[in-house]
Design a protein around this ligand. Sequence first.
Ligand code: SF4
Length: 423
Amino acid sequence: MSDEKIFEDVACTVCACVCDDLRVTVRDGRISDYQPFCSRIGNWFEQQNSRRSVPATRSGTEISLDTAIDETASILRQAKSPLFYGLSQSSTEGQRAAVALADRLGATIDTTASEGHAPSILALQQVGESTCSLGEIRNRADLVIYWGSDPIQWQPRHLERYSMRQGMLTPGGRSDRTLVVVDTKRTATSNLADIVLNIEPHQDFEALWTLRGLLQGIDPTDRASTGLPLDQLKDLARRMRSCRCGIIFFGYGLVLQPMGNHNVEALLQLVTDLNQETRFYARRMRVGGDVSGADSVLCWQTGYPFSVNFARGYPRYNPNEYSAADMLERGEPDAVVLVGSTRLESFPSAALKHLERIPTILIEHPYGVVPFQPELRITTAVYGIHRHGTAYRMDEVPIPLRPLLASTDPSDGDVLSRIHAAL
Ligand code: SF4
């Protein structure tokens, strides 16, 4: 007789939406079904079902977990400039353990935010931000703007759960909202929008600054570059001013540009201006499952969200100087621990080459793919599949994670704590 168990309100950590409304069926120790459908989730569950892993490897050869932990401790003990990187596919427990170990070693610790929304974080540190929960958007927003982000591709259920759903003040759901997409190209999300604005590449700052001027009653001069036709900007400014509650969800299309922090500063200041007239918010469209948690844990443990160095015995923050990719490109770290890491493929080739020259320890579930052979690889359980944990949604709301499947693999938090003890 088959053994079947149904889990309600399961949270998914594949992307930063961390949807916590899944109904998952586990039959004979395998995930056999889940509802509702999401285009990014099926492969993830399939990987969990086909999981065949060894506890640890050294240069691809199997070794015991105890040996891997002792060897990691030995590498870190000798390192003069160790680096910890990743944390966006982890959980609060693992992130805290990584910060504690980096602190103990006088190491540098950096998260995947430094390859993603770092310019946004620098911008909000300069000018502040008007934030809200995603629930507030669902209940109030009648104007939703996606600027440089394509949720249908990267956060597939974002619209269904927040931007189109019925809420307290939006009982008609989609019909009670105007959906605007601003992007340089047509995207999957723009097919669903009421208004699509095709902005010229790298002209976001000009468009945002023009919108600020229009809201103050200032028209741009004839030869000013505005990124979008002026009549479209005037229509958008009118809609922004007259909505009951508006939100701009902005993504990498706005952020990952030269001087992307200035684009975000302009957007955040526009939203501040709009709050003189109506209720308006800006939110980052985060991508990694728990990248918001990595920011939050680093902030509450060190005071800073990413790129933190402990070499002087207290935390120092300096993006670029202490960003993982930059440090590796300069050849500074002499040992690297990768925990729950993504976006290594965006590192410059000189950084990846340096990774191949120094001892690297990958503490990761078995499907994490890295573009080099790590010296040591330790297999971990997955929070929300095999372990309890906490992941932070993109709006910084903490979501509890529960285990669905049995596993004897340790969590990354367990592994890091054992390494700490072995030191
Ligand atoms: S939108 Fe993201 S968090 Fe939600 S179910 Fe899909 S992959 Fe998971």
